[in-house]
Design a protein around this ligand. Structure first.
Ligand code: NAG
Ligand code: NAG
Ligand code: NAG
Length: 459
């Protein structure tokens, strides 16, 4: 029983002893997190409430960076008897103010900060048997370069601008503002890229509107630092094509150029039309010529035909005239019943002759040429008569001398006439003159059913 009460007493004592010591020192709790500038110096505060520490009190201060994977000894101070220790990564970058340590200022001065320096630092302070620690979170940030605005291109409707800035941390925000400082509602294209060292570059582009954007600014904000960078550009109206002083001459030149172009186009078109018209006319003329040639050719043919026709008709007319003339000398011929071949019979009007079949007893007398003659005889002048031969192909028509006629009367049968006979002879449709037996040319394909005979004793 007594041993257990002793134990309790000791515990109470130890607790009281600690409280007593704690009452002597205390670390002022830091404002967390501490925001430092990237690449710059930052002070991680670790300040005791007391302003002086008795020299007799042994002192030990350790700054440890608590990374998830390791605990890095950023800076350790063990009093005057023992050298300070430090991780290589903080060599020459992390310091404690020696003078200030005795005044209770255990703050760490961290120079040339890296992004990797960010994290929770523990400040551990040992004073005699007193110990306390605080955690200081370091957050780094960087305000990047002043934005650079560049004019990249010039459209008819506006001017293309880009804004660029580097070395921002953490990721910033970029805006384009109008002349009144309000965020432009018009579309902008912003890209923020992380560099290989981990900071951010900003690039943004817009197209200004002529007549509206006379002044624009590019603003980049680091929300952590509550810092911003802004660049402003004033756009002279002269830069806008719509109001530019060289626009008018340009437009005039453009207009003239277009006019010239149109004019040239028109001229070309016109001359082309002219050419094609010429071509057309040429073709027409050619066609006409061909027509005319054809017409002439056909005319020639028809003319020839006409000539032939005319010649033919003329010939016919001449013939007809000749016949008509001859007909002026027409005489009536009556056949002589006494001067004929026995096989021929003469009609009652003495104008027709026809063949008749003889009775067998008279056949012997019927040898020789079947001939008959007219009663009339002429000594002088012209005399014309016609003989209808029908479709017969073999006949002989002519005149005899009185002597031959008498001979015919005597002999009744004539073998052939030698002299004293002039005749036209048809043999199988071909004409011959008798007695010379010379063929007389005859119009082809013409049949003669009536033969006119003209006896001209004047020639
Ligand atoms: C502690 O030391 C740092 C670095 O020298 C200094 O910036 C800071 O002001 C000091 N704190 C006080 C309370 O004096
Ligand atoms: C530091 O500690 C705080 C509080 O415990 C925590 O929220 C934060 O994430 C820590 N920071 C890092 C970098 O670990
Ligand atoms: C940001 O990154 C660029 C390129 O990596 C580097 O040159 C520059 O020093 C960095 N800026 C800071 C503040 O670390």
């Amino acid at each position: 029983m007594s041993s257990s009460s002793t134990t309790v007493c000791i515990l109470i004592f130890l607790q009281i002893s600690h409280v007593l010591t704690a009452g002597r020192f205390a670390i002022i709790p830091p404002e967390n997190p501490i925001v430092g500038f990237l690449g710059k110096e930052v002070i991680l505060p670790c300040q005791l409430t007391t302003s002086s520490i008795p020299e007799s009190t042994s002192m030990q201060v350790q700054w440890i960076l608590d990374k998830s994977s390791e605990k890095i000894d950023v800076k350790s101070y063990y009093g005057g008897n023992r050298p300070e220790t430090q991780d290589n990564r903080y060599q020459g970058r992390a310091e404690l103010s020696r003078i200030d340590l005795s005044k209770g200022n255990m703050s760490l001065i961290l120079k040339k900060t890296h992004l990797s320096d960010q994290g929770n630092y523990t400040c551990m302070v040992f004073l005699g048997d007193w110990y306390e620690e605080v955690v200081v979170e370091l957050v780094l940030a960087a305000k990047g370069t002043e934005p650079t605005i560049a004019l990249v291109d010039c459209h008819c409707w506006g001017i293309g601008l880009t804004c660029s800035s580097n070395s921002w941390y953490p990721k910033p925000k970029a805006f384009w503002l109008d002349s009144e400082g309000k965020v432009r509602s018009k579309q902008s294209d912003t890209t923020i890229t992380e560099t290989k060292t981990g900071n951010f570059s900003v690039s943004s582009s817009i197209t200004t509107e002529s007549g509206i954007d006379h002044e624009v600014s590019c603003k980049i904000i680091n929300e952590l630092l509550e810092l911003e960078s802004e660049s402003r550009i004033l756009i002279s109206d002269a830069l806008y094509p719509a109001t530019s002083p060289w626009l008018a001459p340009f437009l005039i030149i453009l207009l003239i150029f277009i006019c010239l172009l149109v004019g040239a186009g028109y001229k070309v078109r016109q001359s082309y039309q002219k050419i094609s018209e010429c071509e057309k006319q040429k073709n027409e003329v050619q066609a006409d010529r061909n027509h005319v040639m054809e017409a002439i050719e056909t005319e020639k043919c028809t003319g020839q035909a006409n000539v032939w026709g005319l010649e033919h008709r003329l010939g016919n007319l001449c013939n007809e005239l000749e016949v008509r003339r001859a007909q002026e000398y027409a005489v009536a011929v009556t056949l002589d019943s006494y001067y004929k071949h026995p096989e021929i019979s003469i009609s009652e009007d003495k104008e027709r002759a026809s063949l008749q079949t003889l009775p067998p007893e008279k056949e012997e007398t019927a040898l020789g040429t079947q001939i008959f003659v007219g009663k009339e005889g002429y000594v002088a002048g012209k005399h014309y008569w016609e003989v209808e031969v029908g479709e017969r192909l073999d006949w002989e028509l002519g005149v005899l001398t009185q002597a031959e006629r008498d001979k015919l009367q005597e002999e009744k049968v004539v073998k052939s006439f030698q002299e004293g006979c002039w005749a036209l002879k048809s043999s199988q449709g071909k004409f011959f003159s008798s007695p010379c037996e010379k063929e007389i040319e005859k119009k082809p394909h013409l049949s003669y059913s009536v033969i006119g005979l003209l006896l001209d004793q004047e020639k």
